[in-house]
Write a protein that binds this ligand. Structure first.
Ligand code: THG
Length: 364
């Protein structure tokens, strides 16, 4: 079931490399191709934990917010303390509507006093930013620039990055960035990425630099066993990294998603009153790691309901069999009455009813 690319379902600057490396499946994310499997989920995961991978995550599109009112707009649309963000810093920022519902969970990158990028999860947040800015008559320019993130992930990412960008990469702290040269250009290089195996993200500015950088990293990493990879469904569930659209949506608040620690803004941001009420009452349900017993399960294409005493008390939205932990690992949303670690539930899967255990910690 190959995906038919078009102007709407966009290829990326790295697509030639991804195809040549033998991507077996793609999904569509921000109207762009995102590879999901190379060898197999299990083999890709094992390699990621031991070596280093290049990930085409160009689909993490940037919304550029630039101009005299850029910080004002950022303070309105993020519940996080944007005012404290340093010049070289990245912030994970849940964005919410007036009712406190999640609209996206981007990584914000401060490019300057009056310039931010929002590195999006899968929803059209540009339209929201544009709507807020237009309604309030803010002096900002909002665009989707020609910037394509390339992630370098895995325990050998440090060694590979040093060979291409120099020893300065060692000085980049978590969720900080430096502008480092490549073939006469400089790129934002941040220590971040959608895995817990360590690594960097290079924000490649200018599509024409995509394949030259891809090829340079491959050539430099041959003895490090570098391979093409992609966000891995097993590893990211083990790590508790949430996927917007799957694990949480507009019907969820950041507190339900365990993202309350990123909602510390002193400003009058959109959704402030709703989130204050949520803090006062406590969330009704919460994201939980869930272990599902039995044979390896496939991936859900819709919610799998969780039951206790014949009543639905939650749902599971991401599942993978973990070879390292020997169980089906899953991300669920569980009602307050049943969210305590150690609670045994039943889950309806396409393979029938299974036992499900609510855990307090993710695996990685
Ligand atoms: N990198 C960049 N853009 C992105 C993602 C990314 N856009 C889409 C998607 N991923 C956005 N969602 C997330 C979710 C989790 C994290 C980053 C982006 C993440 N979380 C860490 C954690 O939960 O442990 C650290 C958060 C922190 O402490 O600030 O990394 O991956 N460019």
């Amino acid at each position: 079931m190959p995906v038919f690319p078009s102007r709407r379902v966009r290829e990326t600057p790295f697509t030639p490399g991804v195809r040549a490396a033998g991507a077996k499946a793609f999904t569509v994310y921000n109207h762009m191709l995102l590879p999901t499997v190379f060898e197999s989920l299990e083999a890709d995961c094992a390699h990621l934990k031991r070596h280093v991978q290049l990930w085409d995550v160009a689909c993490e599109r940037q919304v550029s917010i630039k101009g005299p009112d850029a910080e004002r707009l950022m303070r309105l649309i993020s519940p996080r303390d944007i005012g404290r963000m340093q010049a070289d810093q990245c912030y994970y920022v849940p964005c919410v509507d007036a009712a406190g519902g999640m609209l996206n969970d981007p990584v914000a990158v401060r490019r300057g006093p009056d310039h931010f990028w929002l590195s999006l999860a899968d929803s059209d947040l540009l339209l929201w930013a544009l709507g807020v800015a237009t309604a309030l008559g803010l002096d900002v320019e909002i665009t989707e620039p020609d910037v394509s993130p390339l992630a370098v992930q895995g325990p050998k990412a440090e060694a590979l990055m040093e060979r291409v960008f120099g020893p300065e990469v060692h000085d980049i702290r978590f969720f900080r960035y430096r502008e480092l040269p490549f073939e006469g250009r400089t790129f934002v290089v941040a220590r971040s990425g959608w895995s817990k195996q360590g690594g960097f993200e290079i924000y490649v500015e200018g599509a024409e630099y995509g394949m030259p950088l891809w090829d340079a990293l491959f050539a430099a990493g041959e003895d490090l066993n570098v391979r093409a990879g992609c966000p891995n469904q097993i590893e990211r569930i083990e790590s508790g990294l949430l996927s917007y659209g799957s694990d949480m949506r507009r019907e969820n608040t950041p507190y339900e998603c365990g993202l309350g620690r990123f909602c510390n803004s002193p400003d009058e941001f959109i959704g402030r009153a709703a989130l204050a009420r949520e803090v006062a009452n406590g969330p009704k349900r919460i994201i939980r790691p869930v272990e599902i017993a039995g044979e390896p399960l496939g991936t859900p294409t819709n919610v799998w309901p969780l039951f206790a005493d014949g009543r639905q008390v939650g749902q599971v939205t991401s599942v993978a069999f973990s070879p390292d932990f020997g169980v089906n690992v899953a991300i669920g949303m569980v009602d307050r009455s049943h969210w305590d670690a150690g609670t045994q539930l039943e889950i309806v899967t396409p393979d029938g009813m299974r036992q499900a255990l609510v855990r307090d910690r993710f695996w990685n």
